[in-house]
Ligand binder design. Structure first.
Ligand SMILES: C[S@@+](CC[C@H](N)C(=O)[O-])C[C@H]1O[C@@H](n2cnc3c(N)ncnc32)[C@H](O)[C@@H]1O
Length: 210
């Protein structure tokens, strides 16, 4: 059930993967995370705002276990269907909203998130909470739109930020006590504008270590 002012991701879940640019973005972000974070097959990971699991499932071969956390039961059902169909034993899904809950129960070696921060009102607070849920030596890797002119979303329901300046993300990581903080361009989304020409939206990945 969507909260007031939020986008109804339950309604979007079944068709989420039908847009090839979303599937490509998920795989570009997985590759960028693999490049920027020293992944390890002993890592226990969380994908915050996992959606249909495009990044969760892309990362699962490289970690011991990954949990997809999302506030949408519809998205979690799609993830669960994929996990069952593939017979995976190292992936699960949990209903999770850190804007409502105070903190995570567990601590993780790796927390990732893709295209979720712009739907979160208080991003600095969420980054603080995710950083505090890392084990010492654990990594946080957040990918989201670089600051854009507001044209990315055709419907801006539940969009609290038109992307982020890399310096804002790296500043929030540093304030949350993370080290080795750096940013990289993880992908460039190509999207046609209503009046014709294709627009390009860079996606920034911010990484830091606890
Ligand atoms: C744009 S989708 C991205 C999904 C996926 N990470 C991907 O890259 O395909 C944003 C996701 O964040 C989830 N979400 C939005 N606000 C959230 C919150 N406060 N806590 C947890 N998940 C949230 C939505 O339900 C949705 O699945």
């Amino acid at each position: 059930m969507a909260k007031e002012g939020r986008r109804d991701f339950d309604a979007a879940a079944a068709q989420w993967d039908e847009q090839p640019r979303r599937v490509k973005l998920g795989s570009d972000i997985v590759e960028a995370i693999r490049k920027e974070v020293p992944l390890d097959s002993r890592m226990v990971a969380l994908d915050y705002g996992c959606g249909s699991g495009l990044v969760t499932l892309g990362l699962q071969p490289y970690v011991q276990h990954i949990t997809g956390g999302d506030s949408s039961t519809g998205m979690l059902e799609i993830l669960d269907g994929k996990v069952k169909a593939a017979g995976l034993t190292n992936v699960d899904g949990i209903l999770l909203d850190l804007e409502v809950e105070v903190k995570l129960e567990k601590q993780y070696d790796l927390i990732v998130s893709s295209m979720t921060m712009h739907h979160v009102e208080d991003v600095a607070k969420l980054i603080e909470s995710l950083a505090a849920s890392l084990k010492p030596g654990g990594w946080l890797a957040l990918a989201d739109l670089q600051a854009e002119d507001g044209s990315f979303h055709d419907d801006s329901t539940g969009v609290f930020h038109h992307g982020f300046e890399p310096a804002f993300l790296s500043g929030a990581f540093a304030k949350s006590g993370l080290s080795q903080v750096h940013t990289a361009v993880a992908a460039v989304i190509e999207k046609p504008s209503p009046d014709g020409p294709v627009r390009h939206y860079p996606v920034v990945l911010c990484v830091g270590k606890r």
